[in-house]
Design a binder for this molecule. Structure first.
Ligand code: FUL
Length: 429
């Protein structure tokens, strides 16, 4: 009887402890958002009439035959992205000039004898990459832009891309930009209709915009998330574009945000988004790319790195080489985890460590919600425990570059959290 009671009590307390631990706190990612977050780094490819005109924002008046790549090779894009360590490619299927890189039944302003989306989606599948699309709502070519009719055309455009012709689409980019100016056309976008169209055809597609619902713009085009970066956002009452949340919320999220809308940091490897020969010598250095990586992936965001295709329809050799150097650099920095077995007591995690080290990588189990508000990192050096870094949020991944440190042990203490903190990873490099 006694044993049974003890057994029962033990079972109960374990169950309580486990269920308490496993209880999610606040908003949590959907399985598709979780998968998306784990991709960490994707390639953006800007390609279209602007590649041939040298403009960043085409006028929409470009003749269709301006777009004439001489050696279009989407397999080369996919091989390059894969070798660079990217997990997916997002292409500008339609930029602001309205030109469609696929034969869009809802538009006359399209490619004539090639379907770039077909080539690229096939290439991505062959290389094991995911395929995504950017389809600009702002359209400088469509004569109906500025009238309710345009919303219907845009929906037909979405349908023709998301109807399965190009397989599963992992991310849909709703760009909020519109440069019409005070005397320009004003379009009342039917955002709920746009979002529900994509959701009904591709339920797992992460919908990017200033307010999600899948992921949010990070509020700048430098590839930098905030040092504090919550994956939660208060999106109610805001819309993409002019009605976007304040930049601080985009960059840092909202600690008390009611929806899980994590940040995506987009940036170009060149000064412009589209290729132009005059920028061939301005490709970002490996140091710049590493800084971007640490400020995006290292701050709980997904990095979307733009590498534009040239007039041949290929990723230029110089950009591709830089991507390989960037990969080699990451591989060497993160080659070997120097942390030994980790012991955990309350809000503190301690590990033996091989020295010297200069990077600390922390991860929270975000399936249970983002909880950590602040933490500190200490090293057990010859002079005793010494604080080497402190930070605010962790989220899916936080990478801290610390002064090169020689120590016997390392200790991470969560100094403030919304609920019991759960670190799922502590690695030292
Ligand atoms: C912006 C656009 O206006 C740029 O041309 C570029 O496509 C960038 C990624 O988004 O809003």
């Amino acid at each position: 009887m006694m044993n049974t009671r003890i057994l029962l009590a033990t079972c109960l307390s374990v169950a309580v402890a486990c269920s308490r631990q496993a209880e999610p706190y606040g908003p949590v990612p959907t399985p598709a958002q979780m998968e998306w977050q784990q991709m960490e780094m994707n390639m953006f490819v800007h390609f279209g009439p602007n590649t041939f005109s040298g403009l960043e924002w085409g006028t929409g008046l470009e003749p269709e035959d301006l777009f004439r790549p001489t050696e279009l090779d989407c397999r080369q894009w996919a091989r390059t992205a894969k070798a660079a360590g990217m997990k997916g490619i997002i292409v500008t299927a339609k930029h602001h000039d309205g030109f469609c890189l696929w034969p869009n039944p809802a538009s006359q302003h399209c490619v004539k004898d090639v379907d770039v989306l077909k080539e690229l989606s096939d290439a991505c599948r062959e290389e094991g990459l995911k395929f995504g699309v950017y389809i600009s709502p702002w359209d400088r070519n469509d004569p109906t832009y500025g009238t309710p009719e345009y919303n219907q055309k845009y929906v037909e455009t979405l349908q023709s891309v998301h109807n399965g012709t190009y397989g599963p689409i992992f991310e849909h980019w709703f760009d909020g930009a519109c440069g019409e100016g005070p005397t320009g056309k004003r379009q009342e976008y039917d955002w709920p209709l746009f979002h529900s169209t994509v959701a009904s055809l591709q339920p797992d597609a992460i919908q990017f915009s200033d307010v999600g619902p899948g992921c949010r713009w990070v509020g700048n085009e430098n590839g930098h998330a905030g040092e504090t970066n919550w994956s939660t956002l208060n999106a109610d009452g805001y819309t993409p574009g002019l009605g976007a949340p304040p930049t601080k919320s985009l960059t840092e999220g909202d600690e008390d945000g009611t929806a899980w809308i994590p940040a995506e940091a987009d940036v170009s490897i060149r000064p412009g988004w589209f290729w132009r020969s005059s920028e061939d010598n301005q490709i970002k250095s490996v140091e710049e790319l590493m800084d971007i990586y640490l400020a995006s992936v290292g701050r709980n965001a997904v990095l979307l790195l733009n590498v534009p295709a040239d007039t041949r329809g290929k990723i230029p050799t110089a950009d591709s080489l830089r991507l390989m150097e960037f990969r080699a650099c990451r591989d060497s920095v993160f080659a070997r985890n120097l942390a030994g077995r980790i012991s955990h007591r309350q809000n503190t995690w301690t590990a033996k460590v091989k020295s010297p080290f200069s990077m600390v990588v922390l991860q929270e189990d975000i399936r249970l919600g983002q909880r950590i508000r602040s933490f500190k990192i200490e090293a057990d050096t010859d002079g005793g425990w010494k604080e080497i870094a402190q930070g605010t949020t962790v989220g899916y991944k936080r990478i801290l570059r610390v002064p090169e440190t020689t120590a016997r042990r390392i200790r991470i203490t969560v100094t403030d959290a919304k609920a019991t903190p759960i670190l799922s990873g502590v690695k030292i490099f």
